[in-house]
Design a protein around this ligand. Structure first.
Ligand code: FEO
Length: 395
């Protein structure tokens, strides 16, 4: 139990060992945290979110030791995904009377995930709870990133508890953004946004606008993963506004897979052209790079070039996974092209182009099909396309 400010405490869990999240979907090289908070009002002591199930015993034992489960007056369940609700059932077994404040959708999700019924009190945007000295204001935040999600604002303390929004899968020895390595922090914040929030980017600005219109001015933002934003908390809000508005950097992601280095030679030639035109080229072998990172590089790029050899009339497994992931992100404002080597049937590049189009990427040329190993003049043609593609992106 660590004091954040008077009457607000972090009671969460640090998971230093976590390497995969959402099953095996999301790579978490820097671990994660399951942030749970305790608010002490003069009338009520309030627990906000719990932790992932594997940690429930130590989590509840810590709460018992530091607070006393009998002294908790209610739980606020901001989101029912199991990394935050995993200890809820065990808590409710010890405290079956415990009121659980949540959205109507969260009540449904608790019942369908855990097959039980609890003392749920459903709330909507604008509902308030007077806990004595502070007032908790609830804001539904559907699709940021589940339909059940809500935020909680502590009036009288100027603290926003934002659940998954503004989070990062990043565990540190401390609790706060000003104690973290800024390079890792921003990489993890972007990786988290790109892979988890980007599919619902259209919800971001309206929710932030609503918070502003309701007069919220957080001095601290407490997400449910990673560090707490206490130093200039609006910096992550500003990033979310930028990231949700067809974000792009002066970069082209060249994402490929290769069998006998023919498609690799094409990718590198494209990369040389992009670099000559003054853009950053990220040449990424998808089979040798975590997909979460690959998709983050696609997210931050203005251009996306994708390559695969033709394999059994299709594309490689690694590129199939990347193209499925790219569709999930629902990126806007990206341009791209497809390429790939072949030996006889040659469908790979065309299939990749169709995947790009399905992902909402505007096709700028190609598909570039290469019979086996490119000759010098064919490499020079790819370099020329890379130059032209990058030049056009910068206009
Ligand atoms: Fe951190 Fe959507 O759970």
């Amino acid at each position: 139990m660590i004091e954040i400010r008077e009457n607000l405490y972090w009671v969460g869990v640090k998971d230093w060992e976590l390497k995969k999240f959402h099953g095996d979907e999301f790579e978490t090289e820097n671990g994660s945290t399951y942030n749970s908070y305790l608010i002490k009002g003069s009338k009520m002591t309030v627990l906000v979110d719990t932790c992932w199930g594997p940690f429930k015993e130590s989590y509840l034992a810590d709460l018992e030791r530091t607070v006393g489960l009998a002294h908790i007056d209610c739980l606020i369940c901001q989101h029912t995904e199991t990394d935050h609700s995993g200890a809820m059932v065990a808590l409710a077994e010890k405290r079956p009377d415990l009121p659980i404040y949540c959205t109507a959708k969260a009540k449904q999700f608790l019942e369908s995930q855990y097959h039980g019924e609890w003392n749920c009190i459903t709330v909507k945007t604008g509902d308030k709870l007077d806990i004595g000295g502070y007032e908790l204001l609830f804001l539904e935040a559907p699709m940021l990133h589940w339909p059940d999600t809500m935020f909680t604002y502590i009036n009288g303390m100027s603290v926003l508890l934002s659940n998954d929004a503004f989070g990062q899968h990043y565990v540190t020895g401390g609790l706060y953004n000003d104690e973290a390595d800024p390079c890792i922090l921003w990489q993890e914040a972007m990786k988290y946004y790109a892979n988890i929030v980007s599919p619902y980017a259209r919800m971001v600005k309206p929710k932030i606008d609503q918070c502003i219109s309701m007069g919220l001015a957080p001095e601290i933002i407490c997400p449910s993963h990673g560090v707490i934003w206490r130093d200039n908390p609006m910096q992550i809000v500003e990033k979310y506004l930028a990231w949700s508005a067809a974000y792009k950097e002066n970069q082209v992601a060249i994402i490929y897979d290769t069998m006998w280095h023919e498609t690799k030679a094409m990718a590198e030639a494209l990369g040389r052209g992009v670099t000559e035109a003054g853009m950053t080229a990220k040449v990424i072998n998808a089979a040798r790079t975590g997909e979460t990172l690959v998709l983050t590089e696609a997210f931050r790029s203005a251009g996306i070039l994708v390559g695969s050899p033709t394999v059994n009339n299709g594309i490689t497994h690694a590129m199939a996974a990347v193209m499925e992931g790219l569709k999930h992100l629902k990126l806007t404002g990206k341009q791209g092209a497809a390429f790939g080597s072949y030996g006889w049937s040659g469908e790979g590049a065309g299939l990749l182009q169709a995947h790009l189009e399905a992902a909402g990427v505007t096709i700028a040329g190609g598909p570039f099909k290469q019979l086996h190993l490119p000759k010098q003049e064919e490499l020079e043609q790819l370099e020329a396309f890379g130059r032209q593609f990058a030049s056009d992106l910068q206009k």
